[in-house]
Write a protein that binds this ligand. Structure first.
Ligand SMILES: [Zn+2]
Length: 637
């Protein structure tokens, strides 16, 4: 769920409007009151629809929207500020979106320059240290050109080698701290070298700019085995992939990216000629990292070490993931999280498992071609889970069958594509040698067969999701569909406007959308079309503020398998827009009749004003119906 939806789900519009000082009165399904935005003392012209979370003023404002629009208008703030305000009220955390200011950019450039200096410093120490150099050459099998190419270095033993060196070169303590090269003692705030007696691996972003270091132990007794730079403004572990600066081109050419777990695996594989390989920063793979890769390819293979965060974690993840996976962003090597991201990012994620307890660098050392075969044989995540669970088990035993089905079925049921679900269900049935209908029954009815589908959802979460379903009114879904399609094919907007005009209707406009986020997204789409920047939705997506990115991705996913024939799409869009306008006009008319009646009873002069608005809406409805008939006729011709 996007941040915006989460906020909407948690805030009741009736509460919000009431707290703003509007006295609301029940009127059928809705509430009415005096509009807080214009002077009015006679009859209430302000209507709130709790079901859709929207409001409208039928008085002189003649305007409406959702909770965001309400707060924006009431407090004179923009959308971003409204999100912050309402997020705080709802207790929803929002991720900040960073845009660099010129001063920041300069500071970051200085940091990078210092880090480049550090690369040279550590490299000099490496080439002066025979022992370490021999370790890399002989034990890790790296050639000198690989060592040079990846800029490997060595941080000498001792607490002030780097400190002295860089102070002498004119750097200040604080700069060295900011770059993550120094640490500070807590008791007397003295600074000292963060990296000591370690092999230094420079980490660059996808553009090749220095961001930090990964440092591996030389002395097997040292801990931790790998030590990274601390998080700095330019070194954010969850957003970087090691090796991407060198791998991006090969990833594009091979149309495939391979993710391994260690820096040294990346280096060894590149040396062996497999240059489309990257690794995360010793932490779980994040959605941001997958998104970064998706710029270059949608085909991604996870080459998992047999130990640690590898295969076992994939399976452990099945239980652990339920609770963890509701948090967005972070994803471990767990099947459920990976599958969700695969669907959300429309990627093709596969798993290659390493045989014989070997790490990737050991495999290429043993047999170069074996790596290519392993990657080629990578399997879809669900297949991988099924086979790993079944390996070494006696599949004739009903208890085992049940256990495996209980772990795999929830994954299958989560897949967004029904065809895929069927295929995997069949595969599982074949593997367990049971009738596929048994598996389907298991899921549908629950009792009968002993498969529990523990849903780690708490009561309050369940309540919230129930609320969300209410908010997901059909209007919202239709709006979302229109935006999603236009996101995919912004160039359709021109044809759409022309067709609307041919049908005697107004072109598509921000006012056609009740929901502020949809309204804003439409604004971005319209802008990008007009500026001719819309060859691909990624461009529009990148221009969006963070607060709208979650929603737009969701809408993109929802429209992923839509009709690709433009004429068909156009017709669907037209129908959707007519439906939207009809719904709104219909709702407004209902409400207006009610307001009109009240005004008449009170002898309010507004009665005649309402009469005019009623006429407008009636005319609009008539036009919409006419347009619909014209469309039908055209299809019959
Ligand atoms: Zn008003």
């Amino acid at each position: 769920m996007s941040t915006i939806d989460e906020i909407k789900a948690r805030i009741d519009i009736v509460d919000l409007v009431s707290e703003a000082g509007v006295k609301l009165r029940h009127a059928g399904k809705n509430y009415t009151g005096f509009c807080p935005f214009h002077d009015n003392k006679h009859t209430p012209a302000f209507v709130v629809w709790p079901e859709t979370g929207t409001w409208r003023c039928f008085g002189s404002c003649n305007e409406g929207g959702d909770i965001f629009k309400f707060v924006m208008k009431k407090e004179g703030i923009d959308f971003k500020e409204a999100i912050q305000k309402l997020a705080a009220r709802a207790g929803v955390e929002i991720k900040e979106y960073h845009k660099e200011s010129p001063e920041q950019r300069e500071a970051y450039d200085n940091l990078r320059k210092l880090l480049e200096d550090a690369v040279i410093f550590y490299r000099t120490h490496l080439f002066n240290n025979k022992e370490i150099l021999n370790y890399l050459r002989e034990k890790r099998g790296l050639t000198d050109s690989t060592i040079e190419g990846f800029g490997l270095g060595y941080a000498p033993t001792g607490y002030d080698n780097a400190l002295k060196h860089f102070i002498k070169r004119g750097y200040r303590d604080q700069e060295l701290m900011d770059a993550g090269l120094l640490s500070m003692r807590e008791h007397d705030l003295r600074t000292y070298d963060r990296f000591r007696n370690r092999i230094m691996i420079p980490i660059r972003d996808e553009l090749g700019r220095m961001t930090g270091f990964g440092a591996r132990i030389v002395d097997p007794n040292d801990v931790p085995k790998f030590l990274n730079s601390p998080e700095t403004p330019i070194f954010s572990k969850g957003r970087l992939l090691y090796g991407l600066d060198r791998a991006r081109k090969p990833i594009r050419t091979t149309d495939q990216a391979v993710i391994v777990e260690g820096y040294l695996d990346v280096i060894a594989l590149h040396q062996a000629g497999y240059e489309n390989v990257v690794s995360p920063m010793g932490t779980a793979l994040t959605e941001d990292q997958l998104r970064l890769l998706k710029k270059f390819t949608r085909r991604i293979v996870l080459a998992l070490d047999p130990d640690t965060a590898g295969q076992k974690a994939v399976l452990r993840g099945l239980e652990a993931a339920r609770s963890a996976m509701d948090k967005e962003g972070e994803l471990g090597f767990d099947a459920r999280g990976l599958l969700r991201n695969e669907a959300r990012l429309q990627a093709d994620l596969r798993v290659a498992s390493m045989p014989d307890d070997l790490d990737p660098d050991e495999i290429v050392a043993r047999d170069k071609d074996e790596w290519a075969r392993l990657i080629e044989n990578a399997r879809p995540i669900v297949t991988h889970v099924m086979e790993t669970l079944a390996a070494g088990q006696i599949l004739n035993e009903p208890k085992i069958k049940n256990q495996i089905a209980a772990q795999v079925l929830p994954l299958i049921e989560d897949l967004p594509n029904p065809l895929e679900r069927d295929t995997y269900r069949q595969a599982l049935a074949r593997m367990l040698r049971v009738d596929e209908r048994v598996l389907m029954g298991t899921q549908a009815r629950g009792p009968g067969v002993n498969v529990k589908r523990s849903s780690g959802i708490s009561k309050s979460q369940a309540r919230e999701s129930a609320k969300v379903t209410v908010a997901l009114s059909s209007t919202k879904a239709v709006e979302g569909y229109v935006i999603g399609v236009l996101f995919r094919k912004p160039e359709l907007l021109y044809r759409l406007d022309r067709s609307l005009q041919e049908l005697g209707l107004a072109p598509l406009d921000g006012h056609d959308f009740e929901y502020t986020d949809h309204k804003l997204l439409f604004g971005y789409i319209r802008e990008s079309v007009e500026q001719d920047k819309s060859e691909h939705h990624d461009f529009v997506l990148e221009a969006l503020p963070e607060s709208l990115q979650g929603l737009s991705r969701e809408l993109l996913t929802q429209t992923a398998n839509k009709e690709t024939l433009e004429d068909k799409l156009l017709e669907e869009l037209l129908r959707a827009i007519i439906k939207l306008r009809r719904t709104v006009a219909g709702e407004n008319l209902n409400q207006l009749h009610f307001l009109q009646e009240e005004a008449q009873q009170d002898g309010d002069s507004r009665a005649s004003f309402y009469q005019d608005v009623v006429l407008q809406h009636t005319r609009l409805l008539r036009d919409l119906d006419q347009a619909r008939r014209r469309m039908l006729q055209k299809r019959l011709e």
